[in-house]
Design a binder for this molecule. Structure first.
Ligand SMILES: [Fe+2]
Length: 442
């Protein structure tokens, strides 16, 4: 059942929340069940030591669930400042007097015990913060987002592999066409209905877009390699001035973690060196690279509104769906989520995840860069704290949509908005292209 359906069955809703908390913890515990050395070391100045993420997860849970929702005494008020992401840059975090691995493990376990007691006693209605379990859902999503961040840290770690996974499912039937036509007109963007949607996804509002074409599948490694082979990184025409400058300064010549030997592309993935699979969505590209590829291909990145219309709009009813496949929660048949395979699947591997218009692979596999800056929707109201979204609104950040293979289903919806700097590429980011439709297309 969906959260909306569980809203009026408090016991079932509590059971579901406890399961979601547990699933998040089993993932974060797995990623921190490693050598102490690897836990406390900073694997990249872009990332926190894993032991910081772990205790920070517990500290956020303590602040919101134990202290605010539960009204209980603090567990470790003395460490609040250490684990406040706004007080210390990631690069500075290793020099802080952080909890050690054992202390961090004991702390998060104690906070979780208390949070579950609070869950048992809290009415899940009557107060906005706890309505339909919102605060618990926010904390579930927070932990799952840090799981994805911790996977990015693991990917940056150098040394023998310590994470393994089965191979992803094989590709499904090829698409009959490489692009899908999306008719112009209004559709409902954002949500008022999703109980655990975050403030930046609200409110639902009508948005008009002109008709456009969007790629059926995300851009694959083979397609991206063709851009490299065509000299795409050496041709200023394809890049914005800022993108060209960044590419030169950073020395970008291919997606992060790729290298070429005797004309063959290889990649390093969680310590495994393997040939780049041609039919997977490309990942570890920054916004500037995605934007340049699109221009080389004679296209552009979709706007955020275009992406959401392609994902949710059902032309038969005019409704916007929760997910491309409908209103049903994700199952393993719909999308590559939850870090099961530690990589994207080949495009077309999830035919059941196709949108009503025929667009595939929108949820899971890779976060998709859009052309849009991260801005508030009309009628945006900050909730429950400005540091969730509000302080990030503005032109420095680009929006990514759809979730990656590393994202959990609790933290992905067709309305879910992620954002990052246009230079970021240690995240599991890819893209698909779009183009304007001409009258003759209609
Ligand atoms: Fe956080």
């Amino acid at each position: 059942m969906t959260l909306e359906q569980l809203r009026h069955s408090p016991e079932q809703l509590r059971t579901r929340i406890a399961e979601e908390l547990d699933r998040a913890r089993s993932r974060s515990a797995r990623l921190t069940d490693i050598d102490r050395e690897d836990l406390v070391r900073q694997h990249s100045p872009l990332m926190s030591p894993l032991v910081w993420d772990y205790a920070h997860i517990g500290n956020q849970e303590e602040l919101w669930l134990v202290r605010d929702v539960g009204g209980r005494e603090p567990v470790r008020e003395d460490i609040d400042n250490l684990y406040d992401a706004f007080q210390h840059k990631r690069s500075d975090r290793p020099s802080l007097p952080l909890l050690g691995p054992d202390e961090a493990g004991a702390y998060v376990a104690e906070v979780r015990r208390k949070a579950l007691e609070v869950l048992e006693r809290t009415p899940l209605e009557g107060r906005r913060l706890t309505e339909a379990g919102f605060a618990f859902g926010m904390i579930v999503q927070h932990e799952q987002q840090h799981v994805e961040t911790m996977l990015a840290t693991h990917q940056l770690r150098v040394g023998a592999p310590i994470l393994d996974a089965p191979p992803p499912p094989p590709t499904g039937p090829a698409a009959d066409r490489t692009e899908v036509y999306v008719p112009g007109g209004m559709f409902l963007m954002g949500t008022d209905l999703e109980p655990w949607a975050l403030d930046n996804e609200r409110p639902a509002h009508a948005v008009g877009v002109d008709s456009f074409w969007i790629d059926t599948d995300p851009v694959t490694n083979a397609q991206y390699a063709a851009f490299i082979d065509a000299g795409g990184y050496d041709d200023e025409r394809w890049w914005t001035p800022a993108g060209w400058a960044h590419k030169n300064t950073a020395g970008l010549t291919a997606p992060q973690f790729w290298h070429r030997e005797d004309g063959v592309w290889w990649r390093t993935r969680f310590g495994h060196v393997e040939e780049v699979p041609p039919h997977e969505a490309v990942q570890h590209v920054c916004w500037f690279e995605a934007d340049a590829y699109a221009r080389w291909a004679g296209k552009r990145l979709p706007t955020e509104a275009e992406w959401e219309k392609a994902a949710r709009y059902d032309p038969a009813t005019g409704r916007s769906l929760r997910y491309p496949w409908g209103d049903e929660d994700p199952t393993p048949e719909h999308a590559n989520l939850g870090g099961v395979y530690l990589q994207p699947a080949p495009v077309g591997a999830y035919p059941k995840g196709t949108s009503p218009l025929g667009v595939r692979g929108l949820i899971g596999d890779v976060w998709e860069w859009t052309s849009s800056d991260f801005t508030p929707y009309p009628g945006f109201a900050m909730f429950p704290y400005p540091e969730y979204s509000e302080v990030f609104f503005g032109p420095e950040y680009k929006v990514l949509r759809g979730g990656s293979w590393a994202a959990d289903q609790s933290a992905v919806r067709a309305t879910f908005r992620n954002w990052d700097y246009p230079i970021r590429r240690q995240i599991f980011s890819g893209f698909r292209c779009a183009r304007d439709a001409r009258d003759a297309d209609v």
